[in-house]
Design a binder for this molecule. Structure first.
Ligand code: WT7
Length: 653
């Protein structure tokens, strides 16, 4: 037996001291099991409702759910005012740490309330009304969070677009949502340098031409760099918001009032506007944050390293932590700025007790070496979290060792943009963890692993060949997406058609049960790739590639990558008219993808090939391209039109 073999089987029970003080105990499972809806009603009642709900769930119009029917609340009030009214206005809500060293600012809940009210008044002055859409394209500055909360306060929907996305990605999102307002900054810091963000906004709006829905652009002065300006349309944040009143009465909105849109990649090139609503989303965000991260608002300092451009930032930087009134760190920059010590210095300086990050970053820290964390006092840490992709057992153990002195629990949390909040995860004071497994659905959540026909899979031993099943959610949950913006058909087709007969939700992950019935998520089984925890569809990259005049056809696959989980491999056929040499063309295409989507979507490799492997019905056989990309023996080629294409593809590698 090899060492990894032995270790792979070891189980990590919670430390007795941790279990003794944990927010969640075994009783939570029993309670949820006994009466699921009563359980969710109790969780919803952790929030402040202006009008109590009369029914917990209306599933009569499935798959369109209504949770906490008849209830009314204001989400921003729940995240901010409530804590001030409870006497906790002096507690720090956000320790903000800028990328430039020594650029930092701490904001109490009372200050946050004033800022959110000012911003809400400013947005209302700019004509924003309940139900309107606002695009937020910003770096990780406090104003981004304030802007989101101001929208929530007014009942307007925010659509946060990751500031690493290109102008053309921003344009598509503004257009689809018909956003009236864009909130942005002059620029952002990227590894020490200030780069423009506002230019991208102008380019996006210009691209929309006369049909642009954008009435105003509100611009935070972050870097002070030169900024193009359109008088009348553009307003500086620092010339409007600080002048607005700190008095703003929050209006209570229906529990099903839309809260936000967040665009995510699907299996086609067009991103989907995932829609979340108020009461159910906030209930599950708050409940999972409290129990999975064992939040003690009086003493904890929590840090989630995500960006607000992704759902993790929405749920576990904005709505979960703030609804629970905890103190958190928000960091603007990258982990290596100005050097690899940055995260550890922040943990040490602020006494971070809960740290939530992605496996790709853990693997980066591993690569940088054990001596870096070892130089810092990390003893404040008491809980670690992981999200975004399966965490390999080796990284799991290293994370616990290097960050957690081999003592802290790790919660490996499985969820999606569509699920809104954590679904499958250990409870840190209860679960005996197996490194690499997200373990079990949380109390109140139901998930199953099934075969093609919907039969539940049996537990499988740790070793040998595994049968992969479909991970399905067989009961509705409060923070579930309520639809795809403007496309009910696509919503039904994408998530509810695979197991339509059973009425189950399927969003693309393969999984298996382990020996004790725990869940091992194996990754996407559709055409969506996971690059360092970022979701990018093969179709999106393909459409960026074929958008180039020199490309005739393109096929993209995600190949296993030691650092990023998966890496993008593209195979392209060039038009005979394309010239300038293959090498130049490859560089140009990589730049094109960065421009069209984002630098994170840049293919690791692009192979120029004479032909692509296709089935008789013309479908590209990505499975075989993945074999090629990963240097494996080819799988079954019998359905190919012309198996010999692989000789040529191999030769081009
Ligand atoms: C996809 C969702 C959830 C917020 C960040 C990503 C993968 C996520 C895990 C995990 C294994 C995971 C899945 C999922 N994923 N967390 N703990 N273990 N896989 O949100 O962009 O909507 O992506 O990320 O494949 O479907 P997202």
């Amino acid at each position: 037996m090899t060492e990894t073999h032995v270790e792979a089987q070891s189980v990590y029970p919670p430390a007795p001291e941790f279990a003794a003080n944990a927010n969640a105990t075994e009783a939570l499972y029993e309670q949820a099991e006994a009466d699921r809806l009563a359980f969710w009603a109790e969780q919803a009642n952790r929030l402040a409702w202006d009008t109590p709900f009369t029914d917990v769930l209306d599933w009569s119009d499935a798959p369109f759910a209504k949770w906490f029917v008849g209830g009314k609340l204001n989400v921003a009030y729940n995240c901010v005012d409530r804590h001030v009214e409870a006497g906790n206005g002096d507690r720090v809500a956000i320790h903000w740490v800028g990328e430039p060293v020594d650029d930092a600012r701490s904001i109490t809940y009372a200050e946050l309330k004033d800022e959110v009210c000012r911003a809400a008044n400013t947005l209302a002055d700019l004509g924003l009304r309940s139900g309107d859409r606002v695009a937020i394209y910003m770096p990780m500055v406090p104003e981004a969070i304030i802007a989101m909360l101001a929208c929530a306060r007014l009942g307007a929907m925010h659509s946060v677009v990751f500031a690493g996305f290109s102008a053309s990605a921003l344009k598509a999102r503004i257009e689809d949502a018909q956003a009236k307002l864009v909130i942005t900054s002059d620029g952002q810091y990227r590894r020490g340098a200030a780069v423009s963000l506002k230019e991208g906004v102008d380019e996006a709006i210009a691209g929309l031409g006369d049909d642009s829905p954008v009435e105003h652009v509100l611009v935070v002065r972050r870097t002070g760099i030169d900024t193009p300006w359109t008088d009348g349309r553009d307003k500086w944040w620092d010339e409007t918001v600080p002048n607005a009143s700190t008095e703003h009465t929050p209006e209570a909105f229906d529990s099903e009032h839309p809260l936000f849109l967040l665009y995510t990649s699907g299996t086609t090139g067009k991103p989907k506007g995932i829609m979340h609503t108020s009461g159910g989303y906030l209930t599950q965000s708050s409940y999972t944050h409290h129990n999975v991260f064992d939040i003690k608002p009086e003493t904890d300092v929590y840090w989630c390293t995500a960006d607000i451009g992704w759902v993790t930032g929405h749920t576990y930087i904005v709505y979960g932590p703030l609804s629970n009134g905890v103190t958190q760190v928000v960091y603007e920059g990258t982990p290596a700025s100005p050097n690899e010590h940055r995260h550890f210095e922040i943990i040490e300086k602020y006494g971070v007790s809960i740290y939530y990050t992605a496996p790709t970053l853990v693997r980066t820290f591993m690569k940088w070496g054990r001596q870096i964390p070892a130089e810092h006092d990390l003893s404040s840490l008491r809980l670690l979290g992981s999200v975004g992709e399966p965490i390999n057992p080796e990284a799991w153990r290293w994370y616990r060792m290097a960050f957690g002195a081999d003592k802290t629990p790790i919660v490996d949390t499985w969820w999606q943009t569509e699920t809104g909040a954590i679904m499958i995860s250990p409870l840190p004071g209860v679960t005996e963890c197996k490194p690499g497994s997200a373990m079990r659905p949380l109390p109140g959540i139901s998930a199953k692993i099934v075969d093609d026909d919907g039969n539940e899979l049996a537990p499988q031993p740790d070793h040998g060949e595994h049968v992969t099943g479909y991970l399905v959610l067989d009961k509705p949950w409060p923070s579930m997406l309520r639809g795809i913006w403007g496309d009910d058909e696509r919503f039904k087709e994408t998530y509810w058609s695979r197991f339509a007969e059973q009425g189950w939700y399927f969003a693309g992950d393969g999984a298996r049960y382990g020996t004790d019935g725990e869940i091992w998520v194996l990754g996407r089984i559709d055409d969506v790739m996971n690059i360092s925890g970022h979701r990018i569809s093969t179709a999106e990259v393909e459409s960026a590639l074929v958008g180039h005049s020199g490309v005739a056809e393109a096929a993209v696959v995600g190949a296993t990558d030691e650092h990023t989980g998966q890496a993008i491999c593209a195979f392209v056929i060039l038009k005979s008219s394309a010239h300038g040499g293959e090498k130049n063309m490859v560089d140009e295409l990589r730049a094109e993808v960065a421009r069209e989507i984002s630098p994170i979507a840049k293919p690791r490799e692009i192979h120029v090939v004479p032909e692509l492997p296709k089935t008789r019905s013309g479908k590209i056989m990505r499975r075989l391209l993945r074999d090629v990309a990963e240097g494996r023996e080819l799988g079954d080629t019998s359905t190919l039109v012309d198996p010999s294409v692989f000789e040529a593809i191999r030769a081009s590698k």
